[in-house]
Write a protein that binds this ligand. Structure first.
Ligand SMILES: [Zn+2]
Length: 481
């Protein structure tokens, strides 16, 4: 998920102190837990058990740890190291070919593909981003953010299962997903070494999602390479869920980063003019705060989900100078981070912003740092989007919670090309820890996610020609059959 974009007032971290002796003991525990955890969760009712034994599970976890140990945090992500490792991991998948591209120097895009038997059929794109958000203050982490320690659940205050967990920046957002795609393909090809897929499968790693994705997915979707990939459907990131349900994101909110400036007469700080720039800005922000409180109550009461409301945060305020306390400033400015669900129009948000203004023709100027006029959706109605039916059948044994992603992902670039995108990270029974300290993921959830992806990928990649892919003549022939 894009950096710094989610409003989450309820998630203030309570700092815990874990003595170093615990960490040392934990390291010993890690070794002891290897075998125990490897056996746990190795069942599965899909017949995959013997193809996903303890050895394969530990190899998958090891690959995840290797990836997590690369410091790909913005603003100086180790993209070259990630490219080297991911290329090596792709070589470990039978039949996979790798292609690295750089639309911007130093920002590689890696495409690892298995060619389908029907080369003309629209393909499956499995996307993840290689960058992560900064770890922040290291003293807030109980384990090194790029150590990818595998620790017993008892060493974490908020683990939801008793298996051991991997702690690292990016384990939820979203390095686990990139590894799961590859491990799912390996699982499918172990089950049936001669297996083929009707559609080509492209596992894609892009840079810079956490800083807006413009030089990553933004460039890719406008390239001839993307045209050549002939993408029919894309999987992109979703969210963890603390319940047994899995989150399925069919849209995301779009940003209106709004700058409000107020100009008024400057003056001596001892005077009391009827209006000042700062006073007018405070009046505006008071209206914003009142509106925001309504939204907080709607979300906290459960009446609406975060993805369903127009949210606002006052994230920058500036006026005057600390070196000139006795001067009434002539300018005051605030920048608001407004997020809009796809079913709310730009005109409606313009009206909302106008309603916060205490006066007209009084020196207020509204402009936009970033404003996205329309949001795109992926219909989950099979009649409108046949891929939704394929996805639903592949996940029929899972409890899905359908939601609007509250912030931004790379999926928006793909949806803008009118390609269906399912935002789905298979992390249920897990606290939502993206961008937070001690980001972690249970090994059981990680391994189960590989099985889930195997079913989804197999279903998507072998989907027969869908109604919208048929020519009128072909559709007629199908109807006659
Ligand atoms: Zn992300």
């Amino acid at each position: 998920m894009e950096m710094g974009t989610i409003a989450d007032a309820s998630s203030r971290r309570v700092r815990r102190q874990v003595p170093w002796i615990c960490i040392i003991l934990g390291a010993v525990g890690i070794l002891m837990f290897e075998h125990v955890a490897a056996g746990a969760g190795s069942g599965g009712d899909d017949g995959s058990a013997s193809f996903f034994d303890a050895k394969a599970q530990n190899a998958a976890i090891h690959n995840l740890q290797r990836y997590l140990r690369l410091d790909t945090a913005q603003p100086t992500p180790a993209y070259a190291s990630a490219l080297t490792l991911l290329t090596e991991l792709c070589f470990g998948v039978p039949k996979m070919k790798t292609h690295a591209h750089s639309f911007v120097r130093g920002k590689p895009v890696l495409v690892c593909s298995i060619t389908g038997t029907d080369r003309d059929a629209p393909s499956i794109m499995l996307n993840s981003h290689t960058d992560v958000v900064p770890a922040g203050n290291l003293s807030n982490w109980d384990f090194p953010p790029f150590g990818a320690a595998r620790v017993p659940a008892v060493m974490l205050s908020n683990a939801q299962s008793s298996d051991d967990h991997i702690v690292a920046r990016g384990v939820q957002d979203m390095k686990s997903v990139g590894i799961q795609y590859l491990e799912a393909l390996k699982l499918l090809l172990r089950q049936q070494p001669n297996r083929t897929f009707r559609r080509s499968i492209h596992v894609v790693w892009v840079p810079d999602e956490e800083i807006g994705g413009v030089d990553g997915m933004g460039r890719l979707v406008d390239s001839s390479l993307f045209t050549a990939l002939n993408v029919g459907v894309e999987l992109d990131e979703g969210l963890a869920s603390p319940t047994e349900e899995f989150e399925l994101c069919w849209a995301e909110r779009r940003p209106f980063w709004t700058r409000i400036t107020v100009s008024d007469a400057p003056g001596h700080g001892a005077m009391v003019p009827a209006s000042t720039a700062t006073l007018t800005l405070v009046q505006i922000l008071a209206h914003v705060a009142t509106y925001r409180q309504e939204i907080v109550e709607q979300v906290n009461s459960g009446a609406k989900e975060l993805g369903e409301v127009v949210s606002v945060n006052i994230n920058h305020v500036h006026a005057g100078s600390a070196d000139a306390i006795n001067v009434i400033p002539s300018h005051a400015e605030a920048i608001l981070d407004i997020r809009i669900p796809p079913f709310v129009s730009a005109a409606q948000v313009d009206e909302l912003i106008a309603s916060w203004m205490p006066c007209t023709n009084c020196g207020i100027h509204v402009s936009f740092v970033h404003r996205v006029e329309e949001g795109d959706e992926t219909s989950l109605d099979e009649n409108e989007n046949p891929w939704a039916g394929v996805f639903a059948r592949a996940t029929s044994d899972l409890k899905l919670h359908k939601m609007i992603f509250p912030a931004s992902t790379d999926g928006r670039f793909v949806r803008a090309k009118k390609i269906p995108v399912f935002g789905f990270s298979p992390m249920n029974n897990s606290p939502v820890l993206l961008h937070k300290f001690n980001e972690h993921l249970g090994t059981k959830v990680f391994l189960e996610g590989i099985r889930i992806y195997a079913r989804i990928i197999e279903a998507l990649a072998n989907a027969p020609p869908l109604p919208h892919e048929l020519s009128p003549e072909q559709a007629e022939g199908e109807a006659e059959l």
